[in-house]
Design a protein around this ligand. Structure first.
Ligand SMILES: [Zn+2]
Length: 447
């Protein structure tokens, strides 16, 4: 044995020894055992009348597949218009494509693959954009064209295409043919049994629902579903929240693709652990920046977890820090509480009002909250400001060259950018409270 080398190595390691640390990405968000997605086709009025309040009650998000020509119809024939679709989006649901024209009994025309997506992206602003396509009549108009435009394409029951009805932990064999079980009078009403199967198999089950029995379903009148049955399913999922992750189809698809592509590494120096979570699958469809759940070993019993300097919601359990983080969004640091970067304080949160400006969160319609007024205040040496604009953007003023990060109320990072102009729009999305970190300061804004 070469003792000289050993001594040198020990000396180099010294007091600030750095070593690799256990880190794991959860198969499903929150280390749950299965994923469940609820998808709704065609965009009938009953989506807003029935599904919206039902999902709101449980706090779950679903996927609504919209036929753009029908939404263009301005609410005719019992179908939603764009403001109805906007309501679903504002509640945090995924808005996805179900073609432009929904041809009857024929495959979807290939030229509607990208044009329907374009219309949805133009009408509805979503954090992840339009990433899911559900085919009318359950048949793909061309796998490769679909996959050039969408994260996932959905058929109906997987088994009739030689796949499986309940998908595995890595999703469908073909991402242009994700399965969904038809619910209602011509489909299944056994939500619980299918969710249980998914839990047993550690997989993913999706449901496909048209309208609801006795409600305004417009063209979505095939196989109406009993609303009480679905309500019971959501209640069951909530009771089994430790096992069942309910999320929109496109988000689950992003999660799987990111999980499979991501590298995670962790190294510890003293009691501080630095975690890197990266992948290189970013393409013209998506940045694949849906948060993944991580579990990283730590010796700390109380810790603060930050990513790119912004605080994440985390718990310490059994020697591990468990938290959601966004791939490619900067280093994640697990450190003793108080050791992290400066967090928000009331004086910073209310900075605009204490510096004599109007609090635009409380008074969004006040004249000073409009772009011109803020710009002139900036000339009067008004330093940093974060507020909501009249068109519902989070706007940051006076942050040139600074890092800007927007987090939602779950602590998920939804936007990261660098300050450019004197007044800059940085984010718009679902209604809710957001934390905006500008440099070392944190502001709270309500959209
Ligand atoms: Zn349809």
């Amino acid at each position: 044995m070469d003792y000289t080398k050993l001594t040198v190595a020990a000396a180099l390691m010294g007091a600030s020894m750095i070593y690799a640390q256990d880190a794991e990405i959860a198969t499903w968000s929150g280390f749950r055992k299965a994923a469940v997605s609820f998808t709704f086709d065609d965009g009938p009025q009953s989506d807003v009348d029935v599904a919206l309040p039902m999902f709101e009650k449980y706090g779950y998000k679903a996927t609504f597949n919209i036929v753009t020509n029908w939404a263009n119809g301005g609410g005719a024939n019992g179908m939603l218009n764009w403001s109805g679709v906007q309501k679903l989006s504002e509640a945090g649901h995924e808005i996805a494509s179900h073609s432009n024209s929904h041809p009857n009994g024929q495959p979807m025309p290939a030229n509607e693959i990208s044009s329907s997506k374009g219309t949805i992206n133009q009408k509805i602003q979503q954090k992840y954009g339009c990433v899911t396509l559900a085919y009318p009549n359950c048949d793909t108009p061309g796998d490769s064209q679909v996959l050039q435009n969408y994260v996932v394409g959905r058929i109906c029951n997987g088994s009739w295409k030689g796949g499986s009805d309940i998908m595995g932990k890595d999703g469908p064999n073909n991402w242009a043919a994700a399965s969904a079980l038809m619910t209602g009078s011509n489909g299944t009403s056994d939500f619980k049994g299918n969710m249980d199967k998914a839990v047993q198999q550690g997989g993913w089950v999706a449901f496909l629902t048209h309208g609801f029995q006795g409600k305004t379903n417009g063209f979505a009148d095939y196989s109406p579903t009993d609303a009480n049955g679905m309500d019971g399913a959501l209640q069951y999922a909530q009771q089994k929240d430790k096992d069942i992750w309910v999320a929109p189809m496109g988000h689950v698809a992003m999660y799987i693709k990111e999980r499979k592509a991501s590298q995670v590494s962790a190294s510890t120096s003293g009691s501080t652990t630095t975690v890197k979570l990266t992948h290189n699958i970013k393409d013209n469809i998506s940045d694949y920046d849906y948060p993944l759940t991580l579990k990283v070993k730590t010796s700390l019993s109380k810790a603060e977890v930050t990513q790119a300097g912004a605080k994440l919601e985390a718990k310490i359990e059994g020697g591990y820090a468990i938290f959601d983080a966004v791939p490619n969004a900067g280093d994640i640091v697990i450190a003793g509480e108080g050791a992290g970067p400066e967090s928000s304080s009331s004086s910073e949160t209310t900075r605009s009002s204490s510096s004599g400006a109007v609090d635009c969160t409380a008074n969004p319609t006040d004249a000073s909250c409009q772009g011109m007024a803020i710009a002139s205040e900036l000339q009067n040496n008004f330093n940093l400001s974060v507020y909501r604009s009249s068109d519902n953007y989070i706007v940051v003023g006076g942050a040139q060259g600074m890092n800007i990060t927007v987090f939602n109320s779950l602590g998920h990072q939804v936007r990261t950018t660098r300050g450019l102009g004197a007044v800059q729009k940085v984010y718009t999305g679902a209604k809710g409270v957001y934390l905006v970190k500008v440099g070392s300061k944190t502001f709270k804004v309500k959209l």
